[in-house]
Design a protein around this ligand. Structure first.
Ligand SMILES: Cc1ncc(C[n+]2csc(CCOP(=O)(O)OP(=O)(O)O)c2C)c(N)n1
Ligand SMILES: [Mg+2]
Length: 709
């Protein structure tokens, strides 16, 4: 073992480090080479000691919680130390500074790594917060949760998705820079750094997003692969033997292989190489030892996801030469980690760049501020309301996917923040509007991403774009392939991000493509996701309203579900237009006494209206409730819901060409649901609709039935 001087990251110190090439036990004192008299008069700590602070906090917090993952933070501590102390552009006092670098811990199980970093560098995350690791209502949740601890840029834990979010962030940076930077004014200029493990690389989504990141040349994305050869079941050789460097080279990435992830000098050099290439994303492959520092457990899966145990922690303290009590960090170590002054300086420098930009391009500067704040243009609501009124007046019969595209043609010019896309179904999803312009490697000035056939990747990238801010992403596929993207939709909802998921070909009504393509249970799945709003509009008016609601919903995602087939326009009294926003409303009032209620959505609304008309000719008082967004309806006050669905009227029928079960909470067990309970078939759509009972006659019969009950 030897020491050597590193190029210093601060002007007054020479750092020492150890070059551990193996997992040998460490002898106390080996790292404790201190420089007692620096210019500042403080004792400077060695890089290893700084990294050991992460190791100690991580093992002690996991031990205190009696739950968690010490292995990854201990294994990546040296990499994190070099990145955070030497390269990361951030300001602990202002985690929302728009031009900060983004840091993503895609191997989110190593959450104590990011909590340690945030605490040590001076974010508002106290030692008490660290002591509370994994406890109810603490900021330090088991996996990093967006919105809990300041500085956590995205929720991670579902492996591979953090990496996808990071790709989205880097893509957002590139496009925003393309839209706003001007000669001599780089107001958008930051990097995205992501840590990931074997698990992230085994997950299929890593292929989807890294392939796209290479194609689009996201040169300011830098990924660190924690190549420790271990995952939960043990040595990965038996289930993960890819040549990762070759894999990433073939994606068009710059790959830096074989970096000793415990050698600060080597890591820093690799980062310099990564930064120098802004044409390609970079993967730095770091050989590391999981749980490094724990003499009895390092290098094995035993330290992946369980506390080390009191005895092993004691042995680790001795091996590391870390004599401090749990959660006790010496002041000189705090001082060496403290990034507040450096961060304030960096933000100040950016503010000066911004001020010069604002002088040269005042309108752009104002628009950039608006975009980053997420606020909509002041006239947005009036403009879209005018369009909704126009749809009502025009009364066109069109497929709702087409109605969506017509709405986009209105929204596009109003909202330059819309960043569209489709997973290779632009012509079917109808997501291109007249002003859509593709983003490419060489031209980042566009507003539309051709995601290719990558539904999961697209959706998680959209979340990264939304988290980055500056854009409202929308991305589309067939409703059935929402399934491929399911967990990213869930993560958008969990994080409260304004991602707009557009799903067309919404039922058996799509016809000939058959049961593989016909959604049945997907609506239920979407509707049961907390904080997601799912719209299934019935005509041009409801389609435009659904877009308006999705755009205006700042704290969560929306799924907009559109038909392949043409849907007739529905006539409404003028004042009813506003009630569409409540998610459910009386589309057709009953004539006379209210005998029964038909609830319908999307393509089945017209069946309900026709059935009600026929029934009212025979003297029945039938009300049709259109319910394009059941979640939003359920969120209305009880009085409104009572006016739409009076509780004394139990004669109720629901009609929707999706899974029947969802509707029993609205119609009651004595009600009738005309819905799907099986897969569909391959046949023309209108034939299938008849085959599965979506006809006026069936609806009439069901209503007669419930009235008689
Ligand atoms: C999508 C997903 N599947 C499974 C898990 C459960 N899980 C958490 S960590 C892990 C192993 C990850 O291995 P690696 O990335 O090599 O982490 P290391 O053990 O090296 O820290 C698994 C299977 C998860 N978090 N996310
Ligand atoms: Mg691993």
């Amino acid at each position: 073992m030897h020491h050597k001087a590193l190029h210093p990251f601060s002007h007054c110190a020479v750092y020492c480090y150890l070059n551990p090439v193996c997992g040998m036990a460490f002898v106390r004192g080996q790292y404790a080479l201190l420089f007692p008299n620096t210019a500042a008069g403080a004792t400077m700590s060695s890089r290893i000691e700084l990294a050991n602070a992460i190791r100690a906090l991580s093992m002690d917090a996991v031990q205190a919680a009696n739950s968690g993952h010490p292995g990854a933070p201990m294994g990546m501590a040296d990499i994190a130390e070099v990145l955070w102390n030497g390269h990361l552009k951030h300001n602990p006092a202002n985690p929302d500074w728009p031009d900060r670098d983004r840091f993503v811990l895609s191997n989110g199980h190593g959450s104590m790594l990011i909590y340690s970093l945030l605490h040590l560098t001076g974010y508002d995350l106290s030692i008490g917060d660290l002591r509370n690791f994994r406890q109810l209502h603490s900021k330090t949740a088991g996996h990093p949760e967006y919105g809990y601890a300041p500085g956590v840029e995205t929720t991670t834990g579902p492996l591979g998705q953090g990496l996808a979010n990071a790709v989205g962030m880097a893509l957002a940076e590139k496009i925003l820079a393309g839209q706003f930077n001007r000669e001599g004014h780089a107001v958008v200029d930051h990097r995205t750094w992501v840590f990931l493990g074997d698990g992230c690389l085994m997950e299929g989504i890593s292929h989807e997003v890294c392939s796209l990141a290479g194609t689009l040349g996201l040169g300011k994305l830098v990924a660190f692969y924690d190549d420790n050869g271990i995952s939960i079941d043990g040595d990965v050789e038996a289930w993960f033997s890819d040549d990762t460097p070759k894999r990433f080279e073939s994606y068009g990435w710059q790959v830096i292989p074989n970096v000793d992830g415990h050698d600060a000098d080597a890591i820093s050099k690799a980062i310099d190489i990564a930064k120098a290439d802004t044409d390609k994303p970079t993967l730095i492959c770091c050989k590391t030892i999981i749980g490094k520092g724990s003499p009895g457990k390092q290098g094995t899966e035993s330290c992946h996801g369980a506390p080390l145990g009191a005895d092993e922690i004691q042995a680790t303290r001795e091996a590391l030469g870390w004599q401090h009590a749990p959660f006790e960090i010496p002041s000189e170590i705090y001082a060496a980690w403290d990034a507040k002054a450096k961060g304030a300086e960096a933000e100040q420098a950016w503010k000066e760049t911004l001020a010069t930009y604002a002088q040269a391009h005042p309108a752009l500067a104002e628009e950039l501020a608006r975009r980053m704040s997420g606020a909509l243009p002041v006239n947005f609501e009036t403009d879209i309301d005018n369009y909704i009124a126009l749809c009502a007046e025009t009364a066109a019969d069109v497929a709702s996917r087409k109605a969506s595209q017509q709405t986009l043609n209105v929204l596009g010019p109003l909202l330059p923040e819309l960043l569209g896309g489709s997973a290779d179904l632009a012509g079917s999803n109808l997501t291109l509007w007249q002003g859509s312009k593709g983003v490419s490697n060489n031209d980042a000035g566009g507003n539309y991403i051709y995601y290719g056939v990558r539904e999961f990747g697209m959706s998680a990238i959209m979340n990264g774009i939304a988290l980055h801010k500056g854009f409202i992403p929308y991305g589309a596929t067939f409703l059935i392939f929402m399934e491929y993207a399911r967990n990213a939709v869930r993560m958008a909802a969990l994080m409260g991000q304004r991602s707009i998921f557009v799903y067309t070909h919404d039922s058996i009504g799509l016809g000939e493509d058959g049961p593989t393509h016909q959604p049945v249970e997907q609506m239920t799945s979407l509707r049961s996701t907390p904080n997601l709003e799912t719209w299934r509009p019935c005509d041009t008016v409801e389609s435009a309203v659904s877009w308006k609601m999705a755009v205006m919903r700042e704290q969560g995602p929306s799924a907009l579900v559109f038909s392949r087939q043409t849907l007739p326009h529905q006539y409404r009294a003028g004042e009813v237009l506003e009630e569409i926003e409540r998610g459910g409303y009386v589309l057709t009032p009953e004539v006379g006494e209210l005998d029964a209620i038909i609830i319908a959505t999307g393509s089945e609304v017209s069946l309900a209206v026709e059935a009600a008309a026929t029934l009212s000719e025979s003297g029945r008082g039938i009300r049709v409730v259109s319910m394009p967004c059941a979640e939003r309806f359920m969120a209305q006050d009880a009085a409104y819901r009572e006016t739409v669905l009076p509780s004394h009227v139990l004669a109720r029928v629901a009609v929707e060409a999706a899974h029947a079960d969802y509707w029993y909470k609205f119609v009651g067990l004595d009600g009738r649901v005309i819905g799907m309970t099986s897969f569909g078939e391959s046949a023309p759509g209108d034939v299938l609709m008849k085959e599965y009972g979506f006809t006026v006659e069936t609806v009439i019969a069901a209503v007669e039935d419930v009235i008689l009950d």
